[in-house]
Design a binder for this molecule. Sequence first.
Ligand code: RIB
Length: 302
Amino acid sequence: MKNICVIGSLNMDLVVNVDTMPKPGQTLLGGNFKEVPGGKGANQAVAIARLDGRVSMIGKVGNDSFGKTLVKSLNDDNVNTDYIHEADCPTGVAFITVDKNAQNAIVVAPGANFELTKNDIDKNIDCIKNSDIVVIQLETPLETVKYALQVAKNLNKYTILNPAPAVKLDDEIIKNVDLLTPNETELEILSEMKIENEDDISKATNKMIEKGVKELIVTLGSKGSLYINKEKSFFKSAYKVDAIDTTAAGDSFTGALAVALSNNKSIDEAMDFASKVGALSVMKEGAQSSLPTLKDVESFIV
Ligand code: RIB
């Protein structure tokens, strides 16, 4: 089994369930308030660890109780936290509302995540050196992401970028990405193309391949996922389940892909595994609280 390094965010998720999303200016009464460990980076690291992957994380938390809780929770899940350090500012926080259709709306106050610098990548370079696969998202500063991808590629590592939350990426970033895992909305922002149908998805993914991405997997929610590289493309259906909360579904999918690839599975097998993990994650509430173990996946009956 190969080692995986996740570089990214840790947030404390502050979650309230609502019947419908609030409209601008509206006050709504929701359900009970919950604090759940989250952050796209940490969610992907936990997804990997629960699926028995070997994972270390580079990230930053504040010197406060949320930071300590988040690091302890990662340790309890067997994520190596030696490369997570404290910054002199609050830990990242995400304000999340989840409606009765399982959809969410998230606002992130990045806090310490935005203190992760190029210097931190240099100081923690052993984490990248000791790994085969490097997984990154976009909840830390873009110049850190760009530098981390460059360092990882210079060290011949396989890089996975989950471009969330999406922003337009410059070609320097794109050319150092082996596998890009956007959803439809993120693909629209990255490709700067309107996506309304399958043909649009195909045009947008081709544009990303032309820009230098080697492989893309576009997640299409309950429809499934689409793989594309220079030579081929294929579609994989999703497993049909009753979703109650889609928070971290994309994180679970990217984490699962990394684990499967670290176990030398084919891309087809990796996508099937990730689809099962994604399906299981939407059947439970919260971010890290919803991520399945390998045993859960093996006993998943469709
Ligand atoms: O992808 C879900 C995550 O997005 C949440 O856990 C929240 O912290 C935000 O980062």
